[in-house]
Design a binder for this molecule. Structure first.
Ligand SMILES: Nc1ncnc2c1ncn2[C@@H]1O[C@H](COP(=O)(O)OP(=O)(O)O)[C@@H](O)[C@H]1O
Ligand SMILES: [Mg+2]
Length: 293
């Protein structure tokens, strides 16, 4: 791991969501109602709920992309009033410039920030190493697989050392093996770079892999039903004990999900068992990322 550390006085950012409600223009009801939530610096929080319960709306409000009808977001005490390089959103699509090289895509934000060419080249190299794309710098972005493009977009998102990474179901278009590897990688990178993570997902295994806490939401209007600590010791060297604690966490989240939304599985294609197996890394890992603004 190269020494790639954000230059900050304190790690991560504190996020305060205070009395947030939202109603879209011409909508008959509220998409969100009375959301209060505090997220600690460097914490990883998953917003979990069925389609339409307002997860993306809340994420966009946190990112300053949508102004809430009521309430406010404060990041490190300052009211969010728009986009910022301090908080970066990753969407399902990588949104790369297809005619540019990988290095050019990753370094774009730094170029716009007026950083010297040598500094950009050095940092791009570090970032590509971080996302396990060493050797891809000069490749054309459009010649990469979808997953590799997503890794490029992640590197681009991390280039300006954001304090918050907001992910809106960024892995849902990927195959299961790639998805699992990426979930672990993004969590590792967030820990290493001391980034606060907010992950929107309807996938309970994903929430358990990535988050410290799961915020279970219900619909009509979108609101918080329950907050469940994930409580998995990821550093436990005993694989059986770790697998058991992952399974127990998934069961706790599933039960909370069903209390909030009814009994059907949130994502029938993903079983807890498939999630517990360590995934061999046989190919360069892939990322769904986007949205460095
Ligand atoms: N731009 C919009 N205009 C009107 N209604 C919207 C808009 N975006 C989302 N909605 C509605 O708001 C609710 C929450 O949507 P969304 O935040 O996308 O949910 P989720 O991400 O949990 O699937 C849904 O009922 C959806 O139809
Ligand atoms: Mg959504």
């Amino acid at each position: 791991m190269p020494a790639f550390q954000p230059k900050k006085a304190w790690p991560g950012a504190h996020i305060a969501i205070q009395g947030v409600s939202h109603r879209y223009r011409r909508a008959s009801g509220n998409a969100l109602s009375g959301i209060d939530l505090e997220i600690k610096p460097c914490e990883a929080v998953a917003l979990v709920g069925r389609s339409g319960c307002g997860k993306s709306t809340l994420l966009h409000i946190i990112a300053g992309l949508v102004a809430p009808s009521m309430g406010e977001i404060r990041i490190d005490g300052a009211r969010v009033e728009g986009a910022s390089p301090r908080w970066v959103v990753m969407f399902q699509q990588p949104h790369l410039y297809p005619w540019m090289s990988v290095a050019q895509n990753v370094g774009l934000g730094l170029k716009f920030a007026g950083r010297p060419r040598a500094e950009i080249a050095a940092r791009v190299g570090e970032l590509l190493h971080l996302v396990e794309l060493d050797g891809y710098a000069e490749r054309n972005a459009q010649d990469l697989s979808g997953g590799q493009q997503q890794r490029v977009a992640l590197a681009r998102s991390l280039a300006t050392c954001p304090e918050v990474l907001l992910l809106d179901e960024p892995f849902s278009a990927l195959d299961a093996v790639t998805r699992r590897a990426l979930q672990r990688d993004v969590r590792r990178i967030a820990e290493e770079m001391k980034i606060t993570l907010v992950i929107v997902t309807h996938d309970i295994p994903e929430a358990v892999t990535m988050a410290d806490r799961a915020v279970i939401m219900r619909s009509d209007p979108g609101r918080i039903a329950e907050i469940v600590p994930v409580a998995v010791d990821r550093s436990d060297a005993d694989p059986e004990r770790r697998a058991a604690s992952i399974q127990a966490a998934q069961a706790r989240l599933q039960a909370a999900f069903e209390r909030a939304t009814g009994p059907a599985a949130p994502d029938a294609s993903l079983t807890p068992d498939s999630h517990n197996q360590e995934t061999p890394r046989t190919e360069p890992l892939k990322i769904v990322a986007a949205g460095h603004r």
